[in-house]
Design a protein around this ligand. Sequence first.
Ligand SMILES: C[S@@+](CC[C@H](N)C(=O)[O-])C[C@H]1O[C@@H](n2cnc3c(N)ncnc32)[C@H](O)[C@@H]1O
Length: 391
Amino acid sequence: MSRTVVKYRFFVSAALGMEEEAAAEIQEVWGELLDLDGRPHSTPLEEFEVEKGGITFSASLHLGLQLNFFLKTPHRILLRIKEFRCRDFPKLFSEMQKLNLKEYSDLSNWKLEVAASKSRLNHEGRIEDTMMKALKLKEPLAHEALAGEIYVRFFDDNCSVSLDTTGEHLHFRGGDLHKGDAPLRETLAAFCLRKMTAGMGQTEISKIQWYDPMVGSGTFLLEVVQLFKFNSKRSFAFQSWKKTPKVLQKSETWLKNYPQASKETYKIFGSDIDAKMIEVTKQNFLRQGLQEPRLEVHDILRSRPSFELDVKSPLWVVLNPPYGERIEAGFLPSELLSAITERLKPERVGVLFSRKQVQQLASKLKGYDLLAEHSISNGGLPCVFMIWTRQ
Ligand SMILES: C[S@@+](CC[C@H](N)C(=O)[O-])C[C@H]1O[C@@H](n2cnc3c(N)ncnc32)[C@H](O)[C@@H]1O
């Protein structure tokens, strides 16, 4: 007798400009997901569509949920539980009454996130009130464990209701990490590294000497090391749902089913003018139980760092310098680039500059070709990740 597999609609949300990369990542890790018996699955990704702000696709529940363990560039993964056309409050009320949230949690303190645009129903407060009443929700209190979060979107008079499967934003990789004044979001760092290494595998990446001369709290280096690892250091909202298959609820036992990323050692180097940040990076690697980078206090504008680099391995430099907007820069972007390329002659350089800094750049970087530039927002500030390769 053939078994009917129930398909669910998922939405993976990603920052504007990062949707295509998040889509590529989903396709790459799809083959690593497992069926509930711990064996590789053979289901294709269905109804896969990339749109502004994210990706939608259909999949069985256990596969869609597992993506949380793997994805590095998106924000969060939502499970669509209802989509309907809606132009009045009585309809919203009656459709919401049909939802069965008890399948997911016995608690009724769900938090609502409502956004409405280009729709007849556009009063977000009233939408929220209607949903609270129809679903008999309890006001979430700060000290209580939440049932979870419900995302409600009205656009062009279409209403979609989704449950957040992720919990804390995906940029949170777990562990109690410390940050500097202008930390880089892990999701953005992973995006930049994926763009720099496009198509390369773990073994190739581990052969490169990675150097961040403005290492701050170490985000780029931490992401280099974790790019191919599933995340075992945090839990996700779906793991406390009643509807989630039992085997997926406990990470410790479930994660043992995935083949471990091979234990490559990485050649990672970091320096910063601020001794405090060197200590922060060191502690962050220790807290994550990761191989520590070679670190030193150093001003990249003044001299070459003292660590010995292996002339036989390629050197790649990646950094996000101060933009001179929120924190003082004290140098021109072209001075920084010359200091790096003339002293170290790296094979590849990736820099996340602010758009203003890019406008100050000379048109050509001597001895290098511009390989790619990607416009992205860094905490609301327009930025460009620029990648050069040595001629
Ligand atoms: C925007 S932060 C980098 C943030 C980092 N990517 C992270 O994830 O935390 C810029 C860093 O550059 C460092 N810095 C500024 N001028 C420097 C210089 N001349 N040489 C080396 N580091 C410098 C600052 O101390 C700061 O930690």
